[in-house]
Design a protein around this ligand. Structure first.
Ligand SMILES: C[C@@]1(CC(=O)O)c2cc3[nH]c(cc4nc(cc5[nH]c(cc(n2)[C@H]1CCC(=O)O)[C@@](C)(CC(=O)O)[C@@H]5CCC(=O)O)C(CC(=O)O)=C4CCC(=O)O)c(CCC(=O)O)c3CC(=O)O
Ligand SMILES: NC(=O)C1=CN([C@@H]2O[C@H](COP(=O)(O)OP(=O)(O)OC[C@H]3O[C@@H](n4cnc5c(N)ncnc54)[C@H](O)[C@@H]3O)[C@@H](O)[C@H]2O)C=CC1
Length: 218
């Protein structure tokens, strides 16, 4: 069964990661980027995890996993190199009623898996292969990163601002609004963002709006 793709708000939500190796580090990095309240339980950890702990960005419990560790978690990642421990984490989640569990060496036990992600500010492109081949997800991420450049961060913001502005225009009916929004998605606005011609882009966008307002009134 294919998984349902969704964007989850994890801000200040308690997320527990069991294990402190490279795989745990990768999952922790994305949880921190999402503003989660991260607790890590592991006898050893990578330098990066240690540094996040020192900086107060996460809570580090430097000891082996205990079942009670998952009690207040909304999401848990079992990322140790010991499959028996990972299974024990899964079972503790079942007991505690924690619905969101990722077991890094047992796709069959995962209630969620982690996709490869291209992030450009508010723009997110996630790639999942349904567990078939994470390497393919990573390869596609790299290819997409070359295509969806850093300019998409500002471009997405620009389109967001314009969309809000257009939707708030009482002078335009729904069809007019849709037409303006479609026109603003024309590649020339992306090109102007890419080449740094921001004033021109914004001016031309305003011209599109003005032209439609003119059409509507006539
Ligand atoms: C099911 C899933 C569960 C989950 O972790 O959520 C899972 C499971 C497993 N991964 C394994 C191996 C590797 N995983 C990677 C990389 C990534 N793995 C990620 C996700 C997922 N991995 C979920 C499915 C995603 C999907 O649907 O495609 C990514 C996308 C996201 C992330 O982890 O942040 C991230 C790339 C991020 C990026 O760079 O963009 C690499 C490559 C590398 O590390 O360079 C290798 C080595 C090469 C290989 O084996 O293919 C193994 C065998 C372990 C062993 O050997 O024991 C298992 C277990 C199994 O398959 O049985
Ligand atoms: N899903 C994925 O994306 C991938 C999953 N894997 C799987 O992930 C596992 C972990 O990989 P790495 O991080 O590279 O391993 P690692 O050996 O670098 O780290 C394992 C960590 O688990 C901790 N640990 C061991 N026993 C523990 C316990 N009882 N309680 C808490 N923590 C404990 C260790 O202290 C260590 O920090 C691999 O064994 C492999 O099966 C590997 C690659 C990708």
């Amino acid at each position: 069964m294919p998984h349902y793709a969704m964007m989850v708000n994890l801000e200040r939500k308690r997320c527990v990661v069991v294990g402190g190796g490279q795989v745990a580090e990768r999952k922790i990095a994305s949880l921190l980027a999402a503003g989660a309240d991260v607790c890590v339980v592991s006898p050893t950890c990578t330098e990066a995890i240690h540094a996040w702990g020192q900086a107060g960005r996460l809570t580090l419990w430097q000891r082996p996993f205990a079942s009670a560790d998952v009690s207040s978690a909304v999401l848990v990642v079992a990322a140790t190199s010991d499959s028996a421990v990972n299974l024990a984490v899964y079972e503790a989640c079942q007991q505690a009623g924690c619905p969101w569990i990722n077991v890094v060496d047992r796709p069959d036990l995962c209630s969620f898996t982690v996709p490869s992600v291209v992030e450009r500010g508010d723009l997110t492109v996630a790639i999942s292969t349904g567990g078939n081949n994470p390497g393919l997800a990573k390869k596609l991420r790299r290819q997409l990163e070359a295509w969806i450049g850093p300019e998409y961060k500002d471009y997405t913001r620009f389109l967001g601002t314009m969309r809000k502005r257009v939707l708030a225009l009482d002078e335009l009916d729904a069809a007019g609004k849709r037409a303006v929004l479609a026109e603003l998605l024309d590649d020339r606005f992306l090109e102007w963002t890419r080449s740094g011609e921001i004033e021109r882009r914004d001016r031309e966008a305003e011209a599109v709006v003005a032209e439609w307002l003119g059409c509507d009134r006539s």
